[in-house]
Design a protein around this ligand. Structure first.
Ligand SMILES: C[S@@+](CC[C@H](N)C(=O)[O-])C[C@H]1O[C@@H](n2cnc3c(N)ncnc32)[C@H](O)[C@@H]1O
Length: 202
């Protein structure tokens, strides 16, 4: 499987534990550095690459892009390029899976959130612009390291909401033959869902 925008390998570890051979790519070299430090039952291949423009020179039975990584692309052209790249890397009759935060889901993000655990405190604040359908959130965290020192980390996360109609149209346009769309929660419909899963067959 190809884990596109794999981040620090949270899913990669679980897949490798289930004996899946995984290749992971992410645009952020720090994410890839951390992903490489984890323990895997089957060692994955990792590389730094932009999901809108990469060529690994091979195809995979399954390609996937999870935990709203598609929403991190903040214009339609980028999403289309990401779909084209995923299509090129998916085997004939293989599958491309991805999930998105819907526009409703992004609108419902709390403007202010904070949480605290033993070794970190994190807070997030920001807002969603209904005109551009982009939410911009500043995340600030204090993290206590093993040596007792405290690191301060801050980052701005931007996510754009896309309509189901746009995603289906572009998935079909790049060449996927079948699309199944499912809400994450069983009591939601596609129209009311805050998060949707797309399963696309080549
Ligand atoms: C919310 S995280 C999801 C990480 C991982 N998929 C998971 O489930 O834990 C979004 C990831 O998308 C990556 N990303 C954003 N834009 C990207 C791009 N153009 N190409 C590849 N990765 C990208 C970020 O670096 C980040 O690791």
């Amino acid at each position: 499987m190809l884990d596109i925008a794999c981040g620090t390998g949270v899913l990669t570890v679980r897949l490798a534990d289930k004996n899946v051979h995984v290749t992971g790519i992410d645009i952020n070299s720090e994410m890839i550095r951390v992903a490489k430090t984890k323990d895997y039952k089957i060692k994955p291949q990792f590389s730094v690459a932009d999901m809108r423009n990469f060529d690994l020179g091979r195809t995979f039975r399954v390609t996937g892009c999870f935990y709203d990584a598609i929403n991190h692309l903040t214009d339609e052209d980028s999403v289309i390029k990401a779909f084209e790249c995923a299509f090129r890397h998916t085997e004939e009759n293989g599958y491309y899976l991805f999930d998105v935060n819907t526009i409703k889901g992004l609108k419902n993000w709390e403007p202010f959130q904070s949480s605290r655990r033993d070794n970190f405190f994190v807070r997030q604040h920001g807002e969603f612009d209904p005109e551009t359908r982009i939410g911009a959130y500043k995340v600030e965290a204090f993290v206590k390291r093993f040596d007792g020192e405290v690191d301060f980390i801050e980052e701005i996360i931007t996510e754009k909401g896309y309509t189901d109609a746009f995603l289906r149209l572009e998935i079909a346009r790049v060449g996927f033959k079948k699309i199944l769309v499912k809400p994450f929660k069983s009591d939601e419909t596609i129209a009311t869902a805050e998060r949707l899963l797309y399963i696309c067959k080549k």
